[in-house]
Design a protein around this ligand. Structure first.
Ligand code: PMP
Length: 291
């Protein structure tokens, strides 16, 4: 991935893609002092860009890192880079990390760096699998107690258990894994939130120890617009036998129906299909009246 074409925005400069490097003694690499975002551009516009940039700032603050660029400056850099990359439908990845000035757990004065990369990333899951619903494994690892880790930060360190869970799921023939939380309640997939349907009502776990995704909130709004009831609550894994539909939401995953989680099966039903379509419409930039 380090040899793609184009440029990376790196601490304010546009650097050729293959030259956007950092030192092996970077604090972010050794001690996971890094936070990032995942955004998608549709038709030349980055969907909910400012919400993502604000979350990046918040994620960094939670880790005691002050990003030396304002939300407006980062928004601007993302928009300009998208144009310079010549892309209109693309994935946007800003990342902030503590630099290499000091080595050791404590590195209070290390520079906070920021880079932004933009590339084409058409579908997170295989398109043919998405239509049928993807299959999820049950993860071994659980989302940590918020007293154990800064659960509200989109912090690189929290993705260690996600990568482990996703690799294990893939090795066992699944597309992704469902993670429970520290109490044993249903939490989320390794990079997306989860919803279920029962008797026409949507049920989704309360996001008290994992990201309250921007896509999750968008889909809740879209569901309410259609008149669907949405219940946010604690969901126990055994309850999955009583749900008829299931889908994931995330910037990369968009709205992806799920057909199976371990022994539980779901259909790709009307509610999921409607929300897949509503989301694809919602992300398109508004056409001006003149067009
Ligand atoms: N949970 C995790 C672990 C994620 O990585 C993501 C993707 N950022 C989400 C949930 C969904 O968040 P969003 O809808 O804001 O992309």
């Amino acid at each position: 991935f380090d040899q793609l074409d184009g440029e990376i925005w790196y601490n304010g400069a546009y650097v050729p893609w293959s030259e956007a490097k950092l030192h092996v003694l970077t604090h972010g690499l050794h001690y996971a002092s890094a936070v990032f975002e995942g955004e998608r551009a549709y038709g030349g516009e980055i969907f909910k860009l400012t919400e993502h940039t604000e979350r990046l700032h918040r994620s960094a603050e939670i880790l005691g890192m002050e990003i030396p660029y304002s939300v407006a400056e980062i928004d601007d850099a993302c928009r300009t880079l998208l144009k310079r990359q010549g892309l209109s439908d693309a994935y946007v990845r800003p990342i902030a990390w503590r630099g290499s000035e000091m080595m050791g757990v404590s590195a209070q004065t290390n520079r906070i760096n920021l880079a932004i990369a933009i590339w084409q990333w058409p579908s997170y899951f295989k398109p043919e699998e998405r239509l049928k619903g993807i299959r999820l494994d049950q993860a071994e690892y659980r989302r940590p107690d918020p007293r154990t880790a800064p659960a509200k930060s989109k912090a690189a360190g929290l993705y260690m258990i996600c990568t482990l869970s996703k690799h294990r799921a893939e090795a066992r023939g699944y597309a992704d894994a469902l993670m429970l939380d520290w109490r044993g309640q249903v939490a989320e997939a390794t990079g997306a939130n989860i919803f279920f349907v029962k008797d026409g009502v949507l049920h989704t776990p309360t996001p008290d120890c994992f990201l309250d995704g921007i896509t999750r909130r968008t889909v809740i709004e879209l569901a309410k617009k259609r008149g669907y009831e949405v219940v946010e609550r604690a969901i126990m894994p055994e309850e999955m036998s009583g749900f008829s539909e299931c889908f994931l939401t995330g910037t990369a995953a968009e709205v992806t129906p799920v057909s199976e989680i371990g022994p539980y099966n779901f259909k790709v039903g009307e509610i999921s299909t409607n929300l897949v379509n509503d989301y694809m419409q919602a992300v398109q930039p508004l056409q001006s009246a003149a067009e």
